[in-house]
Design a protein around this ligand. Structure first.
Ligand SMILES: NC(=O)c1ccc[n+]([C@@H]2O[C@H](COP(=O)([O-])OP(=O)(O)OC[C@H]3O[C@@H](n4cnc5c(N)ncnc54)[C@H](O)[C@@H]3O)[C@@H](O)[C@H]2O)c1
Length: 265
């Protein structure tokens, strides 16, 4: 039997990048997937990709900066499939700017999604998960997986608002793990420097600030990765499957680095 057979999962920001990789992996492991994204078309395309190989998936547009939309997405998953076992809060945004140039609107843009949005999505998921029976006796009633970042572990002068939002995501993970134990597990994944659209945007904005050629911010950051290859979205799928499945039932409140060895702590 597949590890996630019978599991109902919801992934935010599932239209591309890390969210897409997690959604595809969950489907491959036997889960039913609700793929949500602020971009309805990409969410629909991922759900279609899953169905095209025999999986079960639905898509929904959901802007996680609006708590009502996060609650509606959770309700949609439960209406459609009867329960929600795993909620992955993956949607995230970044803006690269020198510290002194960050305006209140920049701070809000990042935090409305990465920390405020994530907090209320956790709340929406937990509220419904706490009222359901576990999938099997002795198991948690549900599992929440938050995608944070190694940027939440230390300072980032060129994306200070982002780093703070990811530190908040780690903190929310710990508070939620305590608030909902023993009924739910809540863990975080901290990706490193991943080859997605997000890093292409970081590279464009960073190099335009300091006048380096496009591509050089990405290239420079690669030099600090002990495993000596760029991290791919798919590199995050295994840990996301672990946090969703029964092997992590005794793990909660953790933030796990999947970064090729950049951070060791
Ligand atoms: N790429 C990296 O190097 C890296 C490193 C550490 C952490 N992360 C985190 O991983 C997560 C995924 O990043 P990625 O690299 O796949 O980024 P990405 O930009 O490629 O994809 C992000 C997805 O989130 C969606 N999204 C953006 N705002 C949204 C909103 N308000 N509501 C719902 N969906 C929204 C986008 O449409 C997109 O599909 C993010 O939380 C990011 O901060 C990424």
């Amino acid at each position: 039997m597949s590890t996630l057979a019978g599991c109902i999962t919801l992934v935010t920001g599932a239209g591309r990048g890390i969210g897409r990789a997690i959604a595809l992996r969950y489907a491959r492991d036997g889960a039913k997937v609700v793929a949500t994204d602020i971009d309805a078309e990409t969410a629909a395309a991922v759900a279609q990709e899953i169905r095209s190989v025999g999986g079960v998936a639905e898509a929904m547009r959901c802007d996680v900066s609006d708590p009502a939309q996060s609650a509606a997405a959770v309700d949609f998953a439960i209406d459609r499939f009867g329960r929600l076992d795993v909620l992955v809060n993956n949607a995230g945004v970044v803006r690269v700017q020198p510290f002194l140039e960050v305006q209140p609107a920049d701070w809000d843009y990042v935090h409305e999604v990465n920390s405020r949005g994530l907090f209320f999505a956790v709340q929406a998921g937990a509220r419904r998960m706490l009222t359901q029976q576990p999938l099997a006796p002795g198991r948690p009633r549900g599992k929440i997986v938050n995608v944070a970042s190694i940027a939440g572990r230390s300072g980032r002068p060129m994306f200070a608002a982002y780093a703070a939002s990811k530190a908040a995501a780690i903190s929310v993970t710990q508070s939620a793990a305590l608030a909902f134990a023993p009924d739910l597990t809540v863990n975080a994944i901290c990706p490193g420097i991943v080859d997605t659209e997000m890093w292409r945007k970081i590279d464009r904005e960073w190099t335009s600030h300091d006048g380096r050629p496009v591509g050089s911010a990405w290239k420079d950051r690669q030099k600090i990765i002990p495993l000596q290859r760029p991290e791919q979205a798919e590199d995050l799928a295994g840990i996301a499957a672990f946090f969703a499945g029964p092997d992590s039932d005794y793990v909660t409140g953790q933030a796990y680095h999947v970064d090729g060895g950049v951070l060791m702590a």
